[in-house]
Structure formats: C-alpha cells, structure tokens
Design a protein around this ligand. Structure first.
Ligand SMILES: Cc1cc2nc3c(=O)[nH]c(=O)nc-3n(C[C@H](O)[C@H](O)[C@H](O)COP(=O)(O)OP(=O)(O)OC[C@H]3O[C@@H](n4cnc5c(N)ncnc54)[C@H](O)[C@@H]3O)c2cc1C
Length: 389
C-alpha cells in the first residue's frame, strides 16, 4: 500500500479546490484526486455552467436552508475573492421579469423571500424595467443588484493555484474506485489512466465528487440512500453586436421561476435566461463581451457524461424567451454548450454531512446550482465541520 495522507478530497471542481485551499491554508496535509485530465478543463459542473453569481433569492429557509444561507454568504465571499485575486467578475445585477399578472403575483412572493434571505431586492414596474434593459418587455421585475457573472474556469484555476501554493497535492487522471473503513483510517483504492490500481490510507476523506457523489458515498457506506438524477442543461448563444435589437443583457435577465413536475418529483427551475459573458479590456479589466448566452434548457440526462449529441432545436429556446425579449429571432441562436447538474433525487437542498457509517468521511452531496456562487461558503462550512470553527 502507498504512503498515507491526512486528508483526501475526491474531486477537483470548484468546491473541492476551494476546500483544498482552506484546509491546506490551515496547515493540513491535503491530497486531491481528480479523474479528469486537467483541473480547469475537465467535463464537470464547474467548467460547464452559466457563470452567474446568484444573489440568493430563490431558496426558501424551510426546504432549502443550506442553499439560502450559503448562496448569500458565498456571493459576498466570491466578489471579495475575485477582486483580491484578479478573477474576472462583474456585479451586473439581475432582473427577474414578469410578463403576466400571474407572474407578477409570484414575484411579490419572491420579494418577501428576498427580505427573509437578506437579499437586496426591489420590485419595479414596466417603465423602470426599460430604464435598465430597454429591449426587455415586462410588466414588472425584481431587481437584484448583487447578482453578477464570473469567469468560472478562471475561478477554478485560481483556487487550484492557491491550494497548490498552500501545499495541497493534486493528482489528476486518477479515479477513486473504492473506500473502506479501517481502524487506522480509510483505505482508498484508485485507478490510474493506464488501468493500474493502487491503495493508500487516509485519515479523513471528503467526497466532493459532483455527479458521482452518490457512488463515492456508497463506497464508504453501502447503505447510503442518495442518488444523483443528472440534469442536462443546454445553452445557446447570440452576438449582441450582430444588430441593434440584440444589444441586450447588460444584466442577467431571468424569467419568473417555475416548478416542473416529473415522474421523479417536483423540481424548481430558474428558467431559460439571458446571461452576459465576460471579456477583458486593453488593461485586462473585466468588461461585458459580445456573446450573450440563452439557457439552460433542461432535460433528464441520458447519463452522467451525456455532454455530446444533438441540442434541442433553437425554436424551443426562442419560444422560452421571446415573451420578454421580442427582438430575438430564432436564426440569431447557435449552440453554446451543454452541462450536467448533480441533482439529488428527493432532496431540494444540498446535503453536507458526515457519513453516518464513517464519521471520518464528509459528504458534499447534490451540489447543483447555485454551487458556483456558494463554493467558498460551502468550503468554509466543510472546513469548520472538519477542524472546528
Ligand atoms: C448547466 C449548468 C448551469 C449552472 N449554472 C450555475 C450558475 O449560473 N451559478 C451557480 O452558482 N451555479 C451554477 N451551476 C452549478 C455549479 O456549476 C455547481 O454547483 C458547481 O460547479 C459544483 O462544483 P463541484 O466542485 O461540487 O462539482 P464538479 O464541478 O462536478 O466537480 C466534481 C469533480 O469530481 C471529479 N470526480 C467525480 N468522481 C470522482 C472519482 N471517483 N474520483 C476522482 N474524481 C472524481 C469529477 O471529475 C469533477 O471534476 C450550474 C451547473 C450546470 C451544470
């Protein structure tokens, strides 16, 4: 058996890297295992998302208390982090728009939730909406000044670089395929790219494996009840510079959220939205880029690696946004990317808990959206659970 490590983190997504930075910064010996070939280029949630810094509006304290608190805390931490370490980000603000009377009533409910969640929000009416976004048609909108956008790949890379500089060791192309409790630690089994296997002992294990979190949890505890129901989200894009009618989305523009009922349960969705992307000016400062993304249009993924294949027709994307953005033509849209979220069956909230069967294993389960926004706060909470506040 190979030499042991004090703490092993499975998964070098934004959460695993943020936690590695926290733990290594606190003087812990940390090993991060990642099955992808590189940290900021892999096919994981952290590199294939909308890049939105959420304000924390959507999550109610009763059914999604962790998302509610850690999104708001993570939002603040993320802006500070990006400012300090030069990760491109912009506090653009967001409009959640209502086009019907029924949606307006739903926005009023969300306005109350914003107060409960300590999220700055103002309900504004049609004329005011046009002051912010002249090409958006809405009866009303909830204005969220603390929402924004971040370069997710740059964030991931910076977290990785800081964790490495603090002493965390990263090993890529190495998949954790087994984990067994022993009296003197947890025995971790890995498989390298060439198929060779190895085993080593770790004092503590952190399961930050994104889409595979359920499988890693079951390695440690075969009775673990969690199952990931992978959710594929497709995004298209258009160029705001193509014609004047498309010069929109200086802010994030979202529809009123809805619930979808599937045979696996009732799921909340933020809806197909317009998201500006980032560019850099001549001095390297972040500015809005020419591309605006439109998505995600979600469907149950065929599997955890269902990134390829056909996109849904552009007419379906167009249909979702034309009510509030009439200037868009179907022909303006072209495919952008597909991402897959680690949605947990039957759990609306993230699950951050010590494995009931093995208290030396910390499980971070179902870290779907807004996990990019919440990553630094999730990592802080995980560190406190492991090392004490
Ligand atoms: C389409 C889409 C849009 C989104 N939009 C937003 C948004 O706008 N704002 C927001 O805040 N959040 C958003 N999210 C959510 C956000 O991207 C995720 O919550 C966040 O990236 C989760 O990070 P993570 O580190 O937990 O997981 P991941 O990024 O999935 O990382 C997990 C890592 O674990 C590795 N791994 C898994 N199993 C093993 C194993 N056995 N051995 C070794 N390595 C393993 C994987 O290769 C992967 O790199 C979106 C997600 C998607 C898919």
């Amino acid at each position: 058996m190979a030499e042991g490590f004090a703490i092993t983190i499975v998964g070098a997504g934004v959460v695993g890297c943020a936690l590695a930075m926290e733990l290594a910064g606190a003087g812990e010996e940390v090993l991060v295992l990642e099955m992808n070939h590189g940290v900021s280029r892999g096919e994981n949630q952290s590199t294939r998302n909308s890049g939105v810094i959420h304000a924390g509006l959507y999550y109610d304290q009763r059914t999604r208390p962790l998302k509610a608190s850690l999104c708001v805390a993570g939002n603040r931490m993320l802006y500070r982090f990006c400012e300090r370490f030069g990760v491109p980000a912009l506090k653009t603000g967001k409009l959640v728009v209502a086009t019907t009377g029924a949606e307006h009533a739903i926005l009023e409910t969300y306005a109350r939730r914003a107060v409960e969640n300590n999220v700055p929000a103002i309900l504004i009416h049609g004329d005011r909406v046009r002051e912010y976004e002249p090409r958006i048609k809405a009866r009303a909108a909830l204005l969220l000044p603390t929402s924004g956008i971040v370069d997710a790949a740059a964030l991931l890379h910076k977290l990785y670089a800081l964790a490495s500089a603090a002493g965390a060791r990263f090993v890529t192309e190495t998949r954790v395929v087994g984990a067994k409790s022993r009296r003197d630690g947890i025995e971790v089994e890995v498989r390298y790219r060439d198929g060779a296997r190895d085993r080593f002992l770790t004092g503590r294990l952190v399961n930050s494996a994104g889409l595979y979190c359920d499988e890693v949890a079951r390695m440690v505890d075969p009775a673990s009840p969690y199952h990931v129901d992978p959710l594929r989200g497709e995004a298209m894009k258009f160029y705001r510079t193509k014609r004047p009618e498309l010069d929109v989305a200086v802010m994030n523009v979202y529809p009123t959220p809805t619930k979808t009922i599937t045979d696996r349960g009732v799921y909340f969705t933020v809806g197909v939205h317009l998201t500006p992307t980032l560019d850099l000016d001549g001095r390297g400062d972040p500015i809005l880029g020419p591309v605006v993304t439109v998505g995600p249009l979600n469907r149950q993924a065929a599997g955890k690696e269902d990134y390829g294949g056909e996109f849904r027709p552009s007419s379906e994307f167009h249909e979702r946004v034309r009510g509030f953005f009439p200037g868009l033509e179907e022909e303006d849209l072209e495919p952008h990317q597909a991402g897959i979220q680690a949605r947990l069956v039957g759990h609306a909230d993230w699950v951050v808990e010590l494995s009931p069967a093995e208290s030396r294993c910390l499980n971070l389960l179902g870290i779907d959206s807004p996990g990019l926004t919440g990553a630094l706060a999730i990592a802080r909470k995980a560190r406190e659970m492991m090392l004490g506040a």
